[in-house]
Each structure stands twice: as C-alpha cells, then as structure tokens.
Design a protein around this ligand. Structure first.
Ligand SMILES: *Cc1c(COP(=O)(O)O)cnc(C)c1O
Length: 425
C-alpha cells in the first residue's frame, strides 16, 4: 500500500476522497482557520503514547522532549499522561512552567546553557541538570552555593564507539554533546567532591531518528555498562539513568517502522538483568523522546494558489513552504532530498496521473515541499498536505524568512477543533 494511504488508514480516516482529522473533514478545518496551518490529532498522540508505554518496562519514566513541538497543548497532553518534560532553553522552561509542570519534573539538557539560564532554573528548583562540560559544572556549583541549595545533576556521556553494533554510528565521534566517555572519570573527580553538586547519575547521548530497535537496545546496554562502572566507583547504585530519545518514525517510502513489539521483548529481558544486578538496584530509568511521540500526529495543510508549467515541468505553487516546514523541503540536514508523504487531501483516492513539483512562495529554489511527485490532476484551491509533520516541523523552521504570517496550529479531538496558536503577523 502507498505510504499516504497507510498513514490515513492507520491514524486518520477519510470520507470518500477527503482526509479527516479528528473526525472532521480537512476542508472544514481549512475553511475555518485558513491555510497554511498545522493540525495535530490528539487521538494519534494518544496512540503513540500508549505504544511507547507498552514497549517500555513499567519502571521506565518518560519525559517528552519539548523542542520537537513546544506548543503548550502538546506539553499539557503528555504531562496529563504522567510524563515529565525535557527542555533545552530558558524559553522551553517558561513554557513548561506555564502549563503547570512542577519544576522538579523538568530535565535540562543541551550544550551551551548560559549562566542566566542556569540561574533561572536553579532558583525555581529544577529536577535535574544534565552537565555537558566541566565549565558548566563549575557554573552550576557557583550558582548553587549562592542559592545555598545543592543542584541535582547528571552527567551526559558521549559513549565510545565500541560494543555498539555495525549499524551504530552515533557514539565515538567528536561531538559538542555530553562529555566523552574516555574523560568521564576525570569529570567525576571534579563533580563528586563538590558539595553543591548533588550527583544523580548519567544521561546517555543517543542519536535521533533511529528505526532499528537493536541499535536502541545496544545503546541502552552500553549505558548500563557505563552506569555499573560508575556505581562501582561510588560504592552504590546511581539514582538515575536517562537513555535519551532518538526513537524514529518512517518518513520515506523505504523506511521501516520501529518494531515496538521486538523492542518490548528486548527491554523486558534487559529489565530482568537490571533487577538482578546489585549495582543497578533501585536506579530510576528514563527516556526522553520527542519525534516518536508527536511526529505522526501532525499534518501541515496548504492550499494550491497557482499552477504553472516551465519548459515542460509542472509546478503546484502552494501558500506554505520551507519557512514553515524546513524539514520537508530537505534543508534540515537531509543529504539526499527525498519527499515526505505528500498528498492532495481533497482527492485522496483519485488516480495519480501527473508528476509535479510542489513549491512554496519563497523566492528561492530551495522552497520545494515535494520533488517529482506523482499526484492526481490538481487544480487551484486543492489542499496539499504534508504528513509526519507533528515534530521538528514548525518548531525547526525559519518562520521569519520573507515575513510571511506564522502558521496557526489547530488541535483536533473527537470531532472538535481548537485553535492552539494563532496565525502570527
Ligand atoms: C532533541 C533531544 C531529544 C529528543 O530527540 P528525539 O529524536 O526527538 O527523540 C532528547 N534528548 C535530548 C537531550 C535532546 O536534545
């Protein structure tokens, strides 16, 4: 089955030719809120949360990684399900607090945290800060000593490349994230004696968009090995191990969905080993995914504003583009430009018959939402949708480029639509 049809039947639904989101024909949503816009379907987010919850041992806590999609409605959704939040900036910290997240349920990771950011989160009582360098540790210690309250910290580790399997490419490289495993002991020499640094445990650097469960499990295993070594040094188990995010979703035709059933089986085995290991007893385990939880629940909806042919090539010119969805244009770290799942949302079941490029209104040849894609006969006014757009879409786009209005976000849930961010000026 075609990728779009697959997504429609797995997550959304349709009435004859038209996509439904949250039980509402997409044309109605577009008419009410205007295009271009992002639509998030709560029922898909629910499905993904439940899938992940079922794959993880019950002992694992989940923190949602805010940068994938920082809309307050999304943060609240995961908070209500018992998740914590993982942030990477003061702005994300404010967003987390604004939806009622208790500071102690927030983790702060990411390189280059500024002294002002550290002061802010420490004064509010953050759950854990993940240390990315020795200088950062010193800054945290200095601020904590002024506040008179030790900071709960974990050390983010960039593991060596060994024991990571053939497909493993993330560890062992020079990276701005975390401290190299090779230097972990030296870093701990500085951190452990500091009475204003309350050492909690380790945070494992993982990659992103991992679709192979074996790679994930290998990483978790590697993290546990490092944790055991540190526990041995301490003479007691760590309080926390954070395995990071990185669970992927299928964007392109050849991508295989992450096998959650296999992941569940492997993690169940791992959990038994953890329970039988005195050096890991009682350690709180967590993951902090972003993309996996939100990516599939969002659709970017645009409208065809013009159709033209240039030297035999047909262009559908839509009212949205890479300024709202850089990733779909292939300009967010994609080396080979491949198309996201894109469809005419009001002609879902029509026969594909013409090969076109779907482009935006920006004055650059980079503004392409789909290249050489075969779609049904398109007309001005048709809706073009980009699927898999709930994470790293709006949040990772150059919204200010060409001063177009920022696209609104609409939440759909059981037949109702709610505007959760307005169109900007
Ligand atoms: C971005 C990020 C994540 C989330 O990554 P996904 O690939 O979206 O799961 C988790 N942890 C940290 C520290 C991050 O920077």
């Amino acid at each position: 089955m075609d990728q779009v049809q697959n997504l429609v039947s797995q997550y959304f639904g349709a009435s004859d030719r038209e996509l439904h989101l949250g039980g509402i024909p997409v044309g109605n949503i577009a008419a009410e809120y205007g295009t271009p816009l992002f639509v998030y379907d709560s029922q898909v987010l629910d499905q993904k949360w439940n899938l992940l919850r079922k794959a993880l041992p019950p002992e694992f806590a989940i923190s949602y990684s805010v940068k994938a999609n920082p809309n307050p409605a999304i943060l609240k959704f995961f908070l209500d399900r018992g998740g914590g939040l993982e942030i990477a900036s003061a702005g994300e910290f404010h967003r987390a607090l604004s939806v009622g997240c208790p500071p102690e349920q927030i983790l702060f990771a990411g390189p280059g945290k500024t002294p002002a950011e550290l002061e802010l989160v420490l004064s509010k009582g953050i759950g854990e800060i993940h240390i990315e360098s020795l200088l950062e540790a010193q800054r945290i210690s200095a601020i904590s000593s002024q506040l008179g309250v030790p900071a709960k910290v974990a050390v983010r580790v960039n593991p060596t490349g060994d024991a990571q399997g053939g497909a493993m490419r993330m560890g062992g490289k020079p990276l701005p994230f975390g401290v190299d495993e090779e230097t972990l002991d030296d870093v701990l020499d500085q951190i452990l004696p500091d009475k204003f640094l309350d050492f909690q445990g380790l945070h494992l650097f993982t990659g992103t968009q991992i679709l192979d469960y074996e790679i994930l499990v290998d990483q978790y295993r590697k993290g546990l090995e490092i944790a055991k070594r540190v526990a041995q040094r301490l003479g007691h188990p760590l309080n926390t191990i954070d395995f990071g995010g990185g669970l992927g979703i299928p964007y392109f035709a050849q991508d295989q969905e992450l096998n959650m059933e296999k992941l569940r089986e492997e993690l169940a085995v791992l959990m038994t080993q953890i329970k039988n290991e005195p050096l890991l007893a009682g350690t709180k385990l967590m993951v902090e995914p972003g993309r996996y939880l939100v990516g599939e629940g969002g659709v970017y909806v645009t409208r065809i504003n013009d159709i033209k042919v240039s030297r035999g090539k047909k262009f559908l010119i839509v009212d949205g583009g890479m300024h709202h969805h850089l990733a779909a244009s292939g300009n967010l770290g994609q080396t080979i430009k491949r198309n996201y799942p894109v469809a005419l949302l009001n002609k879902l079941t029509d026969t594909p018959e013409e090969t076109v490029d779907v482009v935006g209104p920006l004055c650059t040849p980079l503004d392409v939402l789909a290249r050489r894609i075969t779609l049904p006969q398109a007309e001005v006014g048709d809706l073009v949708g980009v699927f898999q757009s709930g994470g790293y879409a709006r949040s990772a786009s150059p919204l200010g480029f060409l001063s177009h209005a920022t696209p609104p976000e609409v939440w759909v849930e059981r037949g109702q639509a709610y505007l959760i961010s307005e169109r900007g000026s």
